[in-house]
Design a protein around this ligand. Sequence first.
Ligand SMILES: Nc1ncnc2c1ncn2[C@@H]1O[C@H](COP(=O)(O)OP(=O)(O)OP(=O)(O)O)[C@@H](O)[C@H]1O
Ligand SMILES: [Mg+2]
Length: 421
Amino acid sequence: MKRSKHLRKSPVGSVAVLDIGTSKISCFIAHVDSAGNTKIVGIGHQLSKGIRSGIITDFAEAEASIVSAVHAAEQMAGETVENVKVSLSGGNLVSRNVTVEMTMLGEEVTDRDIMDIIEQGRASIVHNESDIIHCIPVSYYLDGARGISDPRKMFGKKLGADLHIITGLPSITRNLAHCVARCHLNVEEYIASPYASALSCLEDDEKHLGVTLIDMGGGVTSFAVFAGGKNVYTDAIPVGGMHVTSDIARGLSTSLSHAERLKTLHGSAIATASDDHVMIDVPPLGEEDPEESNGMPRSMLVGVIRPRLEEIFEMIRSKLEISGANMYAGKRVVLTGGASQLLGAREMASNLLGKQVRLGRPRALPGLAEAVSGPAFATSLGMLEYITKKPMEEQMFDAYRHRGGLTAGFEKVVNWFKENF
Ligand SMILES: Nc1ncnc2c1ncn2[C@@H]1O[C@H](COP(=O)(O)OP(=O)(O)OP(=O)(O)O)[C@@H](O)[C@H]1O
Ligand SMILES: [Mg+2]
C-alpha cells in the first residue's frame, strides 16, 4: 500500500504520533491550537508485523504495517503527514539519575544556566552507547536551598539539578528511524512509552504522592515511577501479553490464534474454586474442525497463565527494589496497556508488589473514537498529551542546543537516586 499524495499538506498546528507496538501500530493525527487544546482528526491502527518488543525484526513487514496505519489516519484527517513523534518502549529503555552542579557566572539564574546544566547532564551519558530520549529535571537546588521547581530569576552562586535521563540503544532508534524514513516520514522525536502512558492515565495527585505506572503491552512491559509530580525512574522488560499467549499455545497444544482467544475469553491470572469444574474447548494444533476440540478444565489455562504474570510482576518488583525507585514509588500502582485487561492482573499485581492497584484507562481527548479509547491506546494518547505537557526545559532545549558551547564550570556529576535515602 502507498500513502496518498492527493491530500492537502498538514496545516500549522497539526501533529502526528506513531506508536510502533508489538501487537499493533497506531497513528493519531491531531490539531493543537495556540491555547494548547488538542483535537484528534485522524486515527489509523493496524496489526503489527515485523516488530517485536520495540525492535524491528523485518523491515518490509514493519514498513507495510506503518504505512497502512498512517495511510488510514491521513485519509480520515484529509491531510498528509511528514513528521511523526514515535514511541520507544523496547527492553533497551534505561534510565539514569544524575546530579549536576555548577558555579554560576552571574548572580541570577537565567534560561541559559538551565540549558547549560541540562547540557552537562546529557554530556555525562556516553553518547555512542545510548541515545538520550528525555532529560527531565526533577528538582533544582540553589546554594543550600533544595526542592526548587523553577529557579529562573532567583539569586545564588551554585546551581544544582537532579536529572532523570531516559536513554535507548542507538542501533534500535536508528533502525526505527530508517524504517519510518522508508515510509517517507521523518522521526521528529522519540517519546518513551511508559512516560507517555503515564501522562494519559495518571491523576496529578498520584504523580505528586508517588505512583508506578505499568504499561503491559504485547511484547514489552514498561514502567515509570512518578514522585513529586515528576518522572523519576523508567524501565522496561521485554516480556508481555504475547508471551502469555505463546505459553498457552505450547502448554495446551493449540494454535497461537486459539490461544489468544482462550486468553481473552476465559483466561485469568488468579485461580478460583470453580476452575476445576468449568470446562473450556481447546482446538488441538492443526485441527480446524471445532467438533474435534479437547475439553479441558479452566484450571489448566489459569495454571499456564499465572507463572508468566508472576514472572512479570516479580521482575518489576526486583527492578524497583534494586534501583532504589521503590522508595519514591509510594503505595500506588496503575496498570494500563492491552495486557492489563487480563482478568486477575490487578489482583496479582497488588499481591506481588504489595501496593494498591487500579486499572488505568487513558484520558479521552476531543475527537477520540470509542474503538481506540481503551488501555492499549494509552501510549498514543499520552504522546498527544506530551506535546502540550512537555516540561519547559525539554521545550527550551531544542531552541538552545545549536547556540554554541557551555559557559559555566561544572563541579559534580553523581547519581542522586540512592543517595537521597
Ligand atoms: N481482554 C484482554 N485480556 C487479556 N489480554 C488482552 C486483552 N486484550 C488485549 N490483550 C493483550 O494485550 C496485548 C497487546 O497490548 P498492546 O496493544 O498494549 O501492545 P502493544 O502496544 O502493541 O505492544 P508493546 O507495547 O509491548 O510493544 C496482547 O498480548 C493481547 O493479547
Ligand atoms: Mg505498547
